[in-house]
Each structure stands twice: as structure tokens, then as C-alpha cells.
Ligand binder design. Structure first.
Ligand SMILES: NC(=O)c1ccc[n+]([C@@H]2O[C@H](COP(=O)([O-])OP(=O)(O)OC[C@H]3O[C@@H](n4cnc5c(N)ncnc54)[C@H](O)[C@@H]3O)[C@@H](O)[C@H]2O)c1
Length: 665
């Protein structure tokens, strides 16, 4: 059978031979035992819904075995024989070009070279799923291959509910992931309902088909570190700043590379030797030091040389911080990127134990492991407090460090009940980027031809250069940073998988770049369509009180209207697909995030769609940030209204604090 025939076959009538999983690939850990015997029957019954009754006897046994072995039913037997990768758009069987582009994006998220646990259909973050099982994948691909521009595919947490009649300007796919009735959205609920096969955690870009590999994270981290250095105004600018943090994992591994691009001396602790070696082999971290004394000597030398370098400490971050407290070194910036969104299952390793000892303790004595993690967090914060007292600027990197430290009883709270330290969004991303509309805009060339990507880089650079000529002072720095990024993008060789590029841009930049791409597709300058999208971690896409919306101070940061409005608004303004997720990044239940994908096919309709949708997709969030009285956002939304007279946004009147103090005694 050809690749196209295999896609069109969907779930085969004759079952393929049983397949074992490939042990050379990374696999999801066995999930916690959560289902009762009756619930296990329900999980198997649910899984069998995808198959003709004649297969039930065989598959029921097989699915039960998977459930017992892994805690989930992945249906390994149905893993396809062909390579799943971002092929050129025309290689996918299709009747709708838009649907073919979605197949390309979805395939990229499941590519073995990209996905974290490809055979469990998990793209990143330990549990960020594209689908829950291989039947969902096969059925979805078949629907996408068969559908026309008069239909919309509906995906409920990975399950393809079906194709529904719609119209060419409607989204081709609507995705929801992990949406729960709020009173049933607690950690054991998610485990149970996920094991039953009725919901899944889509992370941010996994279940929305918008993951583009490590490039996205390197750019975001570079922007963060660059701006963190700018925050530290009191330092000697002739000396490179020292930046200390932890984690060389999936996202955190971008830190040393970004530290060097941002011209710092980056020191990153990592307990897992495999993670440290991988980043070293990839060239993302310059040196790995297992010995703390040697590392400290090396940091002193780096300070003397005053040259950007990244140094990994193979050990626990707390040992490093405690040592730095006593050293004659000025640590300018500090952060943490252990996986504290997942503290009890391997996201954060306790001090005083080797990596193997920690893993044993976690499996054999979870209560003792939890106590060790909490005691470590107390020491972790104590050391950071000493260094911030000496002038270090510390920020939470969206990994729930502050939250989990407070839950562990560490000295992290101020008298007024707020945290001692800001999150990176509160101080950096929020006021410097999101409030002005700058966020992780990205595109993918659907021809999968690297030449097309080069052309798009040049087009984007030209647009930014033109914008810089007239840009107001408030946003010149951001445009300049991104112009530099796009000019160096090819040389940085960050493409893994689809021919993708990330570029932080504001509403004006996104619209102008997209319109220029659409023109280039129309005129044949590009050999195929371009897919636009963004990380959900953006201006308007995500309501997350300790991350994306942590710099919202009007009390509304625990609401999720913005993310929901965003996805609804994108869907009727021309998005090719939309997605809304409960959970992502900081964990299930902690965030609501939404996103879109848009295929630029060179048509005039596309020009209308991109202008209308991208304008809303950014200005919705700026409006909300402006209504929360954020200065940058008030500036940006007033400017947006001057440019587009049809935009009328309610602007806040700012009451005097003295008045309030005199009224409320
Ligand atoms: N980079 C970003 O843009 C970004 C943005 C927002 C949030 N985050 C958050 O950052 C966290 C990390 O993400 P990831 O994908 O890299 O996770 P990951 O689990 O792949 O990596 C974390 C690494 O930290 C190491 N580690 C754990 N405890 C340690 C300790 N005590 N000392 C030294 N090393 C330790 C682990 O071995 C692991 O390699 C997540 O919570 C994520 O949500 C990242």
C-alpha cells in the first residue's frame, strides 16, 4: 500500500499484526494505578468503540494488558508502518489544502525526532498529548484526508467526533483538550478520566499541532534573558552578567544556549547525567562540570575572560546555590527551571541523594520522597534569599517554583501574602512584550522546502526593517531584538522537523508579515502555502494566574474569559483551526489556553481572514491588559485605535490611591 492508501484506510478492517513498542525510543512512565475493576472494564469498553465487534475478543485482552502494564491503553498494534513526519503538503492525500496542512502540522508533533514519547503520542512536557491512542490518530488522518472545505472536523480531547457540514470560511478543525466541569477538575479526576480514555492533557502546542521543536523555546528564552539583563540596571555594564539557573531538560535545555546568545556567563545545574550529556553533545551547553570546586574555579576564570560561555554543573541546584552564597562572585541573575509543575513524580530532585537514589525513593517511599523535596525547597529558597540580599535579581520561570516553595513552607512569602519574587511574566514578558502585543508568532512552510523558509526569513526581516523606521520609542527595542534574531536565524540552525520559524512580533508586525507571505504564495515566490500560528503562551491566548497573566493586578487573573473569547473570536474571523485547553505548562487545572492555525494559500479571501483574525488575536489580550491598568497595554491599545478606527475599546479611568485610602479606613 502507498502512504496515501494507508492514510485513507483509517482503522483497518483486517487488523495489522500485533506490534511491540520500540524500546530504543523514550516512553511515558507507567501511570499511577487509579481505576477500580469496574472502571477498567469501562476503559476497555470505551477503547473497543473504535473497532468492529469481530475484533473485540482479541483486542479486549490486549487492551487490558496495556492498561495493566502502562496505566493507559495506547493501542500499540495500530501504530502505522510509515514514517510520521512533516512531509510536503502534497504528499498527504487530501481534498482540502487546509486539511492537508493540518496533517503536516499534526505529523510534525508525532515525529520520532521531535516527540518526547512518540509511541504514546506525547509531544512534550511528560504528558502533552496529540491523541490518547493510535485509533484516534488513524481516524483523524482519514477524516482530514476525506474532508472538503464545506466540513469541519470536531476533536474532543483527541477523539475525532466526526465531520460536520460547515462553510469555507469556518475552521476546518475545532480542538478541545482536557475541558472539565470545574468541580471535577482535581489531580485524581484527571488521572481517572484520562485512564478511562475520555479526556487528555494537550499541553499548549502538543494537542493543538503547533509544536515546532526546540527553536520556539530558544527564542523565548533568549528574549527573557536579554530583558532580564536590562532589568538589572545597577550592574557594571562593562562586565558580563552571571546567570545561574537549573534544568537541562526539554525546555530548560534552551537556557545555556540563550544565555550565550544574550551574552552572559550562564551556569546551569542538572542532576540527570543523560540530560546534561545530551545538551552537551548537541552543543547547547559548552562545558559540563561534575565537580563543584572545579566549576567555581571555572566561573572565576569566565569572569576574568569576560566572554559569553555556558557551564553545566552536574549535580543538585541547591548544592550550587549554597556554595555560591559563600563565594566571592557577583551573581546578577537567578532563576529555576526544574519541573516543579510536577514535584512528586520526578520534576524536582531532592538534595543529598544521587539521581538513582532519588528515583528509588520516589518509587518505593513516596511519602519520604515528598518530605525530602519539601525540605530541599526550603533550603533552595533560603540560599536564594541570601543572594538576593546581596543584589541578585531572581525570577520564577513559569515552573511553579514560587507556588511549590510556598506549599513546602519555604521563606518565600512577603507580609502582604504575595511572593517575594516576581514571575518572568510579571517583570519581563508581561510589561516588555505581552502588554505591547509582542508574542511567539510562528510559521511553517507547507512545501517543507528549506528554500521557502529562507525566503520567508528575508520577507520578515524586510517588514521589520520598514516598521523600525517609523516605530515609536516604546517598541523599538523589541523590534530590533527580533530583527537581529531573524537575520541570524538560519545561521543558528534551529530547524528540527518542519520548516518552521518563530519570531516575536506585535499585531502590526504579524499582519504585515502574514500579508507579505500571502502575496509571495500568490505570486509563486514561495512554492507552497504557509501555515501561521503561535504558542498559546502569548498576549491573548492564555489565562494563567502564575504565568501569562501574572502581571494582571485588577483581581481578574483567576478568570479565563480572555482565552475563551480569543478562541471564539479567532474561529469566526478565519482561523483554519482553533484549540482550547484546560491545562498546559503549569499543569492541568492551573491554566486555560487557546490557539489557532491559519493556512495562507495566496487567495484574496486569505488576505481578509489574516487581517481580521490576527488583529483580534493580539488586540483582545492588549485590551484586557489595558483594562487591568497596565501602562504598556494602555499605550498599545490607544495606538491600535488610531490605526484602525473601527476598533473601540473601553479605556480605564485610574482612581487615585490617596482617595481610596481616605475612603476605606
Ligand atoms: N523554557 C520555557 O520557555 C518555559 C516557559 C514556561 C515554563 N517552563 C517550565 O519550566 C519547567 C521545565 O521544563 P522542561 O521541559 O525543561 O522540563 P524537564 O522535566 O524536561 O527538565 C527539568 C530538568 O530539571 C532537572 N532537575 C530536577 N530537579 C533538579 C534539581 N534539584 N537540581 C538540578 N536539576 C534538577 C531534571 O533532571 C530535568 O532534566 C516546566 O515546569 C515548564 O513548564 C519553561
Amino acid at each position: 500500500m502507498t502512504f496515501k492508501e494507508m492514510i485513507l484506510e483509517g482503522i483497518p478492517d483486517v487488523l495489522p499484526p500485533k506490534r511491540e513498542r520500540n524500546e530504543n525510543l523514550s516512553h511515558a512512565p507507567k501511570r499511577k494505578e487509579i481505576l477500580s475493576a469496574e472502571e477498567k472494564k469501562l476503559a476497555i469498553k470505551n477503547a473497543l468503540r473504535y473497532f468492529d465487534k469481530k475484533h473485540h475478543e482479541l483486542l479486549a485482552q490486549e487492551f487490558y494488558a496495556e492498561l495493566e502494564a502502562y496505566g493507559r491503553i495506547y493501542m500499540y498494534r495500530l501504530m502505522p508502518d510509515y514514517k510520521i513526519t512533516a512531509r510536503s503538503i502534497d504528499e498527504f492525500p487530501h481534498r482540502s489544502k487546509q486539511a492537508a496542512a493540518i496533517m503536516l502540522m499534526l505529523s510534525n508533533n508525532l515525529d520520532e525526532a521531535i516527540a518526547q514519547h512518540p509511541q504514546e503520542l506525547i509531544t512534550y512536557g511528560g504528558n502533552g498529548s496529540v491523541f490518547s491512542n493510535w485509533a484516534q490518530y488513524r481516524l483523524t488522518m482519514k477524516y482530514l484526508a476525506e474532508m472538503t472545505d464545506e466540513q469541519t472536523l470536531v476533536l474532543y480531547s483527541g477523539h475525532p467526533m466526526g465531520l460536520y457540514p460547515s462553510h469555507p470560511n469556518a475552521p476546518r478543525v475545532v480542538v478541545t483538550n482536557g475541558m472539565m466541569i470545574p468541580n471535577y477538575s482535581k489531580p485524581d479526576d484527571w488521572e481517572r478520566f484520562n485512564a478511562l480514555g475520555v479526556t487528555q492533557y494537550g499541553q499548549m502546542t502538543a494537542g493543538s499541532f503547533m509544536y515546532i521543536g526546540p527553536q520556539g523555546i530558544v527564542h523565548g528564552t533568549t528574549i527573557t534573558v536579554l530583558n532580564a539583563v536590562r532589568m538589572k540596571k545597577d550592574r557594571d555594564a562593562s562586565k558580563l552578567p552571571i546567570f545561574v539557573t537549573s534544568g537541562l531538560g526539554g525546555m530548560s535545555g534552551a537556557q545555556p544556549k540563550a544565555a550565550v546568545i544574550a551574552k552572559t556567563i550562564g551556569v546551569v545545574a542538572e542532576v540527570n547525567p543523560k540530560a546534561a550529556c545530551k545538551r552537551h553533545e548537541q552543543g547547547w551547553v559548552d562545558e559540563v562540570h561534575p565537580d563543584l570546586d572545579e566549576l567555581i574555579t571555572r566561573i572565576h576564570r569566565a569572569v576574568e575572560e569576560n566572554k559569553p560561555v555556558s557551564l553545566a554543573y552536574l549535580g543538585n541546584i541547591v548544592d550550587l546555590w549554597e556554595r555560591l552564597v559563600d563565594e566571592d562572585l557577583t551573581v546578577d541573575l537567578g532563576s529555576d527551571q526544574t519541573s516543579l509543575h510536577n514535584p512528586w513524580a520526578g520534576g524536582y530532585y531532592p538534595v543529598g541523594y544521587s539521581f538513582e537514589e532519588s528515583n528509588d525513593l520516589m518509587a518505593n517511599d513516596p511519602a519520604a520522597f515528598k518530605a525530602a523535596v519539601q525540605a530541599t525547597l526550603q533550603r533552595h529558597v533560603a540560599a536564594i534569599n541570601k543572594l538576593t540580599a546581596k543584589g541578585m535579581y531572581f525570577f520564577d520561570y513559569g515552573n511553579a517554583f514560587l507556588l511549590e516553595s510556598s506549599r513546602a513552607g519555604a521563606d518565600i512569602m512577603q507580609a502582604d501574602g504575595t511572593f517575594k519574587y516576581p514571575s518572568y511574566v510579571q517583570d519581563i514578558m508581561g510589561p516588555m512584550c505581552f502588554d505591547y502585543g509582542f508574542g511567539p508568532f510562528r510559521w511553517v512552510c507547507a512545501s517543507s522546502d528549506p528554500k521557502d523558509l529562507d525566503t520567508t526569513d528575508q520577507i520578515a526581516a524586510q517588514v521589520l526593517e520598514e516598521m523600525l523606521e517609523h516605530a515609536p520609542e516604546e517598541i523599538r527595542q523589541q523590534i530590533s531584538d527580533n530583527l537581529l534574531w531573524i537575520k541570524q536565524a538560519k545561521a543558528n540552525k534551529l530547524v528540527v522537523g518542519s520548516q518552521a520559524r518563530i519570531l516575536y512580533a506585535d499585531a502590526e508586525g504579524r499582519i504585515k508579515i502574514a500579508a507579505a507571505f500571502n502575496k509571495a504564495v500568490k505570486e509563486g515566490v514561495l512554492s507552497g502555502p504557509v501555515v501561521l500560528g503561535r504558542d498559546h503562551h502569548d498576549v491573548s491566548g492564555t489565562d494563567s494566574p502564575y504565568r501569562e497573566t501574572s502581571n494582571i493586578y485588577d483581581g481578574s487573573k483567576f478568570t479565563a474569559d480572555m482565552a475563551i473569547q480569543n478562541v471564539i473570536g479567532d474561529s469566526f474571523r478565519g482561523a483554519t483551526w482553533v484549540s482550547i485547553h484546560n491545562g498546559g505548562g503549569v499543569g492541568w487545572g492551573e491554566v486555560t489556553n487557546g490557539g489557532f492555525g491559519m493556512v495562507l494559500d495566496g487567495s484574496a479571501e486569505c488576505d481578509t481572514r489574516l487581517t481580521s483574525m490576527l488583529h483580534w488575536d493580539v488586540n483582545n489580550g492588549i485590551s484586557r491588559r489595558s483594562w487591568a491598568r497596565n501602562d504598556g497595554a494602555m499605550f498599545a491599545i490607544k495606538r491600535a485605535m488610531e490605526i484602525e478606527p473601527r476598533l473601540k475599546v473601553t479605556i480605564p479611568e485610574i482612581a487615585d490611591d490617596e482617595l481610596l485610602d481616605s475612603v476605606v479606613k
